[in-house]
Design a protein around this ligand. Structure first.
Ligand code: ATP
Length: 240
């Protein structure tokens, strides 16, 4: 098996007549964190939707663990070990925190390990443990983001697609979320494909980055190298 958990070859997708992704090829090495950066509307979320099977790929090929998953049913893709934490989190507000987490494990066959995973995952996020029986809708924005990530972990994924985990969060909470994302990667070996507008946080957390503009990759490099490119950061990513 190749060392890439996910590969995209010339992928294109649209919303009606609006072409949002225009021939993307990228690869995500196993156990790494890869980030996709770019301004508002560059097509970052659209790539993740296409990879998770919630939006049709009109052209190109997407492979997970070397197997073609292009336009597969999203539930089938989850069963193959890839989960999507969408922008806006999409938790179930009327269910308790614990029941939201259990929803994340619905595709698993190893029911015996679920209770143990619940414990381990709440260890990453003590705030959730304290609020396990509260309705998820009562959580703060940061706690809801933690819940969305935790729910994804309950599926025991090999790969998590994470869309803007910092959206709407304070700088302190953003830092906390990023620290946990890195910890999950290091401790569990979970591969993460991270979409972010907060380029400086993403470049610090990830190993490799792709910069997107108008649905095309205009630059790619190690995050260490991208961090050194001051003019590019200003031009493409709106950083001073
Ligand atoms: P953002 O951070 O704002 O989500 P993004 O880089 O993730 O930016 P996308 O959300 O992927 O960008 O959007 C890419 C393009 O597709 C934009 O031109 C956007 O207006 C358009 N678009 C996104 N979602 C839809 C939709 N549901 N219907 C029609 N057009 C859409």
């Amino acid at each position: 098996m190749s060392d890439d958990i996910l590969t995209l070859s010339n992928v294109e997708s649209s919303y009606g007549r609006i072409k949002a992704v225009r021939g993307i090829s990228l690869r995500v090495p196993r156990e790494s964190i890869v980030t996709i950066l770019g301004a508002n509307g560059a097509g970052k979320s659209t790539i993740l939707r296409t990879v998770s099977g919630t939006l049709e790929a009109e052209k190109g090929k997407i492979a997970l663990n070397g197997q073609n998953i292009t336009n597969h049913d999203p539930a089938d893709i989850v069963r193959r070990g890839q989960v999507h934490v969408p922008e806006g989190r999409e938790i179930f507000p009327l269910l308790s925190v614990q029941d939201n987490l259990l929803m994340g494990s619905y595709t698993r066959k190893d029911r015996d390990n679920v209770a143990q995973d619940l414990e381990t995952i709440m260890g990453y996020f003590p705030d959730l443990r304290d609020r396990a029986r509260q309705s998820a809708g009562l959580l703060s924005g940061g706690q809801q983001q933690m819940l969305a990530i935790s729910r994804a972990l309950m599926a025991r994924p090999d790969l998590i697609l994470m869309d803007e985990p910092s959206l709407g969060l304070s700088p302190r909470l953003t830092k906390e979320i990023f620290e946990i994302v890195v910890r999950i990667n290091r401790e569990r070996g979970t591969t993460i494909l991270l979409v972010e507008q907060n380029a400086s946080m993403a470049l610090n957390a990830a190993d490799y980055g792709y910069v997107l503009e108008n649905g095309r990759i205009v630059l790619e490099d190690t995050c260490a190298a991208l961090r050194e490119m001051d003019d590019i950061k200003e031009f493409y990513l709106g950083m001073k």
